[in-house]
Design a protein around this ligand. Structure first.
Ligand SMILES: *Cc1c(COP(=O)(O)O)cnc(C)c1O
Length: 428
């Protein structure tokens, strides 16, 4: 049985690395910048990408390879490229097919860092971005496209709006416009949702969150679905010779892996946003328990959301797994196993009560993070989203009374008890 037909729980444990007799059972941390060879000709072949192998850790490393192969398998893609952060993954994913003078369209409901990258830094580099309301009609979203539009971008579960993406609508728009659909699936992980099955072409993750899962390392990854026709006449950077790589033609030489090979040999070569082998080891380790942890995160978050719905100190609860949530039907369709570990709620008494609540939590820690095994809480308007204007905050789904909870995998009774006592203090 080939590893691509394994269930995701098996891929998470066994995928990406098959030791031979006498090899270490566990993927080793290959803490080496470089690799030794005997012949100059062989090294030339490595540089020409005629043979596979490692020559410099910026471009590839055995520990990082194992992580990349495992996540590619879990997502059902052809290959992956690990990066030093989620921000680096998103940056490379866009840069790979978008240059100065070009444009892309994105859902406006985004992680704050991605919003800043798209609204501020990329425009300074000459890349134009149009933000659309992901709930707008297909016609309205299609109207945002221009002749030089290169991609459509969205998050599986918007952070922190928690709107579940209408994949059917977004993938149909991308197909009609012959551009790839790039999905940030950080909150879902491949256990809860596999975006390639719903029409995505490229996936990015901040592996800092659930893939690490233990709050140890910052990282990212791009996964290539191998399912986009780059040869449609609109992407010469993938079909024409690359003068910076003595005439390499990515589609011709690498077929369905053209996009991800270009991202590695051209952009990773030039921008150098490489993960440390130690971090790749930790992400690979984290992947092993992603199925177990995501189930528990999702179950705990649903239970806490239900508790909050019944609390007099809470004005509203936003969790896609609640039947009252506007994305509930979509969550059932695209996230059938659970809706991940993040929920938001409004607290009676607004920002002031919110501050009291956060400072009164004992088990639930006040940290700028999500996706950790440990429960944590944050007030986005004063932290992650504080650099945005009030209008931008509203567009990203952030209000002043909004509290974001990343529900951990502790026992649900202890989480509920802590939240209950902190809510009581907040209203006192
Ligand atoms: C955290 C996050 C990012 C950025 O990732 P870093 O690893 O912090 O650079 C991107 N997208 C989403 C949805 C995130 O939550």
């Amino acid at each position: 049985m080939s590893s691509s037909s394994w269930k995701i729980e098996t891929q998470a444990i066994q995928g990406g690395y098959s030791p031979k007799a006498g090899d270490p059972r566990v993927v080793t941390i290959c803490q080496s910048t470089t690799f030794k060879y005997d012949s100059a000709d062989y090294v030339a072949k490595l540089f020409d990408l005629e043979v596979a192998g490692h020559f410099y850790t910026r471009l590839g490393n055995p520990t990082t390879d194992a992580f990349e192969q495992k996540i590619a398998q879990m997502e059902g893609g052809v290959a992956a490229l690990a990066t030093s952060s989620g921000q680096a993954a998103t940056t490379l994913a866009i840069f790979n097919i978008c240059q100065a003078g070009q444009h892309f369209v994105t859902a406006g409901t985004l992680y704050g860092g991605t919003y800043n990258l798209f609204a501020s830094t990329l425009p300074k580099m000459g890349i134009q971005v149009t933000f659309v309301d992901p709930e707008a009609s297909a016609e309205e979203i299609l109207a945002a496209f221009r002749p030089n539009t290169r991609a459509l971008f969205a998050e599986t579960i918007g952070n922190p709006g928690l709107n579940v993406l209408d994949f059917a609508k977004f993938s149909a728009i991308a197909r009609e416009k012959q551009v790839p659909l790039i999905i940030d699936s950080t909150f879902a992980t491949p256990y809860l949702c596999r975006p390639f099955e719903h029409g995505a072409n490229i996936i990015v993750h901040s592996t800092t969150k659930y893939i690490d899962g233990h709050g140890t390392s910052v990282g990212g990854v791009i996964v290539d679905g191998g399912n986009f026709d780059w040869d449609n006449g609109r992407y010469p950077e993938l079909t024409e010779p690359d003068s910076s790589y003595h005439g390499l033609q990515y589609v011709k030489s690498f077929g369905p892996a053209a996009y991800i090979v270009k991202a590695r040999v051209q952009l990773m070569r030039d921008l150098g946003v490489t993960p440390a082998p130690m971090n790749s080891f930790l992400f690979n380790q984290g992947l092993q328990t992603v199925p177990l942890r995501m189930q528990r995160h999702s179950d705990n978050a649903l239970a806490l959301a239900r508790f909050l719905e019944g609390s007099p100190a809470v004005t509203w609860v936003n969790y896609p797994g609640l039947t009252t949530h506007p994305s509930y039907d979509r969550a059932r369709k695209y996230l059938p196993k659970g809706s991940s570990g993040v929920l938001t709620f409004g607290i009676k008494g607004g920002a002031e009560a919110g501050k009291k609540f956060m400072e009164s939590c004992r088990l639930v820690a006040l940290v700028v993070h999500v996706g950790d095994a440990r429960s944590c809480v944050l007030h986005p308007a004063s932290t992650t989203h504080r650099q945005l204007t009030p209008e931008q905050q509203t567009a990203s789904g952030v209000t002043a009374d909004l509290i974001r909870l990343s529900v951990g995998i502790e026992h649900i009774d202890d989480i509920v008890a802590d939240v209950e006592q902190a809510l009581a203090v907040s209203q006192g």
